[in-house]
Write a protein that binds this ligand. Structure first.
Ligand code: UD1
Length: 371
């Protein structure tokens, strides 16, 4: 590349830290590579997630190269993890002198890296800005508020997010409604996921099973909450197999509370966390999904698959208003009732729609917004 062109390119650092960042960063990276005459992009991985199944498998599935910088931060308390990310990220920003740092989502890595940029006076763009659950006991809610209050450009997935930001006093010129970038990954990979044999490997019939994910500290860290939920899920498993790829945090708690023996042999089937393509293949064939994840509420809406969210609130209300999502809370009885309704056909979500700009072109709009 001749040096004259290089001088004019926008220098970008794209940050990933945890599993749900990777499917949001991948389409942005791909779009910047397509527009390599405009952008010179480097990937920084903080190392917040480090297990192969939580990180490397996603890089491989989504075609991301090795990160240019790996901070190797690992697990710790939220404060220590956030502080370690900041300490390791600052020298990289000073060395690379980017025009923009892009942070995605709401994990500790998102807030930590945004804060470093704000202190150094480097412009930061937040992808998935403006989501609010209204629940400040959620670590992600604090990360969202902190990141949005200091970001220079707020790229929102839905118009309710624009409204939240304006209500918090963020000037309208900093806000761009670009759509949901995770749906870019979903649409790009749906066909590819058909090569996965995960359904056959587990021995599943199309739609004759449910998929579960559960990892929020508020659901899994205390025995009083996790145990009754697991009991309800075992009961639900008597109606229909429930396939449960288990997050490492949840796996550790199930072991600590001695819940394995009652799960063994039940319809609640624990499996290891899956890569992006296998997981997409799995939930896209499910009768319904139960989850406390943020992203899966959106992915099921995009595919028209009923979703029961095991939380008291959601920062993604559009998935309820337009999509297939129902926020059923963490009370086991309510969850069981909602499942019964779905299985009997009275919880039909056939009227659901795809929200505006969840069209697979969000990465293009993000790149356009960076001028
Ligand atoms: C983080 C995000 C959450 C996101 C989730 C997706 C924050 C505050 N939370 O939560 O929003 O939905 O990722 O997975 O950033 N662990 C491993 N291997 C790993 C990573 C974690 O074993 O690769 C275990 C460790 O015991 C660790 C625990 O999981 O202490 C929690 O990890 P952490 O990164 O603190 O948060 P998550 O619960 O994964």
């Amino acid at each position: 590349m001749n040096s004259k062109i290089k001088d004019h390119r926008s220098k970008i650092i794209l940050v990933v830290g945890a599993r749900p960042n990777i499917m949001k960063a991948a389409p942005i990276y791909a779009e910047m590579m397509r527009r390599a005459d405009e952008f010179a992009v480097k990937i920084v991985h903080t190392g917040q997630h480090y297990d192969t199944s939580m990180s490397d498998a996603f890089f491989d599935d989504l075609g991301l190269p090795e990160p240019d910088h790996h901070l190797g931060v690992g697990s710790a308390s939220h404060t220590v993890q956030t502080a370690k990310i900041m300490l390791a990220f600052e020298p990289i920003v000073i060395e690379e002198r980017p025009d923009w740092v892009i942070v995605v989502g709401d994990v500790n890595s998102t807030a930590a890296c945004a804060l470093v940029c704000a202190k150094l006076g480097v412009k930061v763009a937040h992808v998935e800005a403006g989501l609010r659950s209204g629940d400040r006991t959620m670590p992600e809610e604090i990360n969202r508020i902190v990141t949005d209050s200091i970001a220079d450009l707020l790229l929102t997935p839905s118009e309710d997010a624009d409204e939240n930001l304006k209500r918090e006093g963020i000037p309208a010129e900093k806000i761009r409604f670009v759509g949901n970038v995770m749906i870019d990954s979903l649409l790009q990979n749906l066909k590819r996921s058909e090569f996965s044999n995960i359904r056959e490997d587990i021995g599943l019939q199309d739609r004759d099973y449910a998929v579960l994910t559960l990892h929020r500290p508020s659901n899994v860290d205390a025995r009083e909450t996790l145990e009754p939920l697991i009991d309800a899920l075992i009961e639900i498993g008597e109606q229909m197999p429930v396939i449960f790829p288990v997050h490492p945090r949840t796996r550790a708690k199930i072991t600590e509370f001695g819940l394995e023996s009652r799960i063994d042999g039940s319809g609640l089937r624990l499996i290891e966390p899956l890569g992006y393509l296998d997981f997409l293949r799995l939930y896209s064939g499910a009768g319904f999904v139960m989850t406390d994840s943020g992203g899966l509420q959106e992915e099921t809406t995009a595919l028209g698959i009923p979703c029961l969210t095991i939380r008291e609130n959601t920062e993604r209300p559009i998935t309820v208003e337009m999509g297939t999502n129902q926020v059923v809370g963490t009370e086991p009885e309510r969850l069981k009732q909602a499942v019964l309704k779905l299985i009997s056909g009275s919880g039909d979500s056939s009227g659901a729609k795809i929200p505006p700009l969840w069209d697979g072109k969000t990465a293009e709009r993000i790149c356009d917004a960076l001028y």
